[in-house]
Design a protein around this ligand. Sequence first.
Ligand SMILES: Cc1cc2nc3c(=O)[nH]c(=O)nc-3n(C[C@H](O)[C@H](O)[C@H](O)COP(=O)(O)O)c2cc1C
Length: 316
Amino acid sequence: MRQTPPPSLAIDAHADLAVSKPEFADTLSHLAATVCVASAGNGPDSLGRTVTATFSLSANPPSIVISIKADSPLAALIAAERGFSLAMLAEGQELIADAFAGKIEASKRYLVGIWAEWPSGRPRLLGAAATLDCLLSASIEVGDHMLFVGTIVATQTSAHADPLIWGRRRYQSLDRTRSLTLASNGMRPLPQASLRPEPAIAEEEAMRQVLEKLLQDGKDDALLRFTLGSICLQEADFDTALAHVERAIAFDPDYSAAWKLRGAILLKLGRHQEAIQVWREGRTVAERKGDLQAAKEIGVFLKRLERQCLAANGNE
Ligand SMILES: Cc1cc2nc3c(=O)[nH]c(=O)nc-3n(C[C@H](O)[C@H](O)[C@H](O)COP(=O)(O)O)c2cc1C
């Protein structure tokens, strides 16, 4: 039986007047967005890629749009399986973003990060800022991309994780954006030196158990340790958090987000001089790696802590 081709929308009426590709890319690099991973398929047949071209479409019915390169295997799979899942990555999940942006071949991407499944069987990322599962309700080919409209049938959100932002061709932290908000006294609040000390919630406790089980079963890598470290920090279990994050750094000495977290945990433990040393080293690592946003943030935390320590010594 012949399949009807998906509807398409021609957008080349003014193509001869359009700006150049570099001009397009330079300008659009200022359109900051949450880094997401879009997935389709089940188990070993799953396919996924990093995406930022996604937006909330409608509340009735709850719907979202993702834009996927039309000639990619993922676009074909979403159309065939009539659904997709989306993970909005959290700060610290840069390795996952890199893997799904093509740094790792398609068949090995789900080895990076801790993946479970939605009831539909589609991939569900643990430790993400938010995740959702969709049934395909419409699609249209526009230019070289497919726009897929998904009706959201399941969601999971984290009360603690901040979304990972992509803007001006690098990963960015929401903390910087948050510092733009004026406080009630009209001053710009300083960036927080540590993760917010909010109470742990049942979902995170459940995730900690899942991750600890993975450790017991022999899975052990930088991202797993980093995620566990973040959860333990949120649960105010600082010693365990430190042990996990130090293991993450042992696995990947260039993991800037782990250096940043390690300093924050030491600060919580009141080990200020060690926090200073760790952040100094972390800043060097981030600079060497070209992770300028992380270097900048660590620099801000460091300056503030050094100033606090100086003031405390002066008062003695
Ligand atoms: C920050 C970022 C955002 C991206 N956004 C999209 C997107 O919205 N849609 C898309 O189809 N590809 C997007 N890509 C490109 C794909 O992630 C990349 O081409 C793909 O993973 C390559 O894998 P493949 O070997 O499976 O084609 C993005 C890449 C990056 C780094």
